[in-house]
Design a protein around this ligand. Structure first.
Ligand SMILES: NC(=O)c1ccc[n+]([C@@H]2O[C@H](COP(=O)([O-])OP(=O)(O)OC[C@H]3O[C@@H](n4cnc5c(N)ncnc54)[C@H](O)[C@@H]3O)[C@@H](O)[C@H]2O)c1
Length: 349
């Protein structure tokens, strides 16, 4: 998809992470200047070399990396003083649902507390445009499918979910208080896949919390078997159904939102998914096809807080942003396998 974009200077928090790094590639390829702020708490600095390799020398010159915690107000002030930031894309935060139950203070502090530090710094420097990484988790267990942006938000079942829920409210309140703010809340469904070059992909530290990196690590022999949590859901094969979206489609979605939001004010929400539901067993089968061998799996009890099924209605993003996901599950598994097989230990040698 080609999106006309006026080159801008974009601050990307969490830009060395999984979704952030792919988005940075798209932004650089579209001619933007990008400043990444990331403390590398869940990513590797090596991703910066990979970004350079993908985008080439000329575009790489428009990228600056600042290793800092978003909580570090002085570091943020220094960035806003040095660069004329037009908009912020805010990815930085912790994202492991299970861990958030064990470490609520860390999650509320890093996700909510740091967002407050960030928007305070933005306000003080006159930058009032922000795109926030929200999640389909705010919809909870849906009454109706597909989920549209006006489907009700449901109480979260864990601290991670509450942070997304609350940050949406906080950013909405900014617009109420000061109509100059320009907020886009992007509710991601399940991002998977990797850059088609095989140079960048998801590289979680420790045991992966999400299905796809786990499946990929089983495929490459790092783990014994995929754990399937529940096969007695009310779905065609009994396993949970999700709307998986290729990380490159998601990255393009951010670029589309960015060009759409320039010159506007207000707060808008967009679902970013494909509109298709895929079960856990269908993912395992698709990945087995991609990697060329069957993947062992074991059925475990249901996990607390997991919903039966969700998938998105993405009409609003298509109509307003001119964005639509173009990759299917086979593409996602192919690119994920390409990344994992060429980088069995992720960014580490
Ligand atoms: N991956 C998913 O399934 C998914 C789904 C919905 C929403 N999201 C949200 O999208 C965002 C990006 O997710 P991701 O999958 O790329 O995660 P990720 O962990 O790969 O990326 C997050 C990045 O933020 C950095 N970071 C964390 N706390 C920081 C801090 N205080 N200061 C500076 N940097 C910090 C980490 O080092 C990491 O590079 C997160 O906010 C996540 O909650 C992710």
């Amino acid at each position: 998809m080609s999106i006309d974009a006026t080159p801008s200077c974009i601050l990307v928090t969490g830009g060395t992470g999984f979704i952030g790094s792919h988005t940075v590639v798209v932004l650089l390829e579209q001619g933007h200047e990008v400043v990444i702020v990331d403390d590398l708490s869940n990513s590797s600095e090596k991703v910066l070399d990979r970004i350079d390799q993908i985008v080439g020398e000329e575009a790489a010159e428009r990228l600056t990396f600042v290793r800092a915690d978003v909580a570090d107000r002085e570091a943020l002030d220094a960035i806003f003083d040095e660069f004329d930031i037009d908009a912020v894309i805010h990815f930085a935060g912790y994202k492991a649902v299970g861990e958030s139950v064990q470490k609520p203070i860390e999650y509320y502090s890093n996700n909510i507390g740091n967002t407050l530090v960030l928007v305070d710094a933005m306000r003080d420097h006159g930058c009032k445009s922000i795109i926030f990484s929200s999640s389909a988790t705010v919809y909870g267990d849906p009454d109706e499918l597909p989920l549209t942006e006006s489907s009700p938000k449901k109480p979260a079942t864990n601290p991670y979910g509450w942070t997304k829920w609350m940050i949406e409210e906080i950013l909405g309140s900014l617009v109420v208080a000061d109509p100059e703010w320009n907020v886009v809340l992007l509710r991601y469904f399940n991002p998977i896949g990797a850059h088609p070059s095989g140079l960048m992909g998801e590289d979680p530290k420790g045991i992966p919390n999400n299905l796809l990196p786990y499946v990929a690590q089983v495929a490459v022999g790092r783990r014994d078997a995929v754990h399937v949590f529940g096969n007695d859901y009310d779905t065609p094969d009994g396993t949970g159904v999700r709307d998986y979206i290729h990380v490159m489609d998601l990255a393009e979605g951010h670029a589309a939102a960015l060009s759409w939001m320039m010159g506007r004010n207000g707060c808008e929400v967009f679902n970013l998914g494909t509109g298709n539901g895929t079960s856990v067993l269908q993912i395992i089968e698709a990945f087995s096809t991609a990697c060329g061998h069957d993947l062992p799996y074991v059925i475990e009890p249901r996990r607390a807080g997991d919903v039966t099924a969700n998938w998105a209605d993405c009409t609003k993003a298509r109509e307003q942003l001119g964005w639509k996901a173009k990759f299917n599950i086979a593409d996602m598994c192919r690119d994920s396998w390409n990344w994992q097989s060429h980088n069995p230990n992720g960014y580490e040698a």
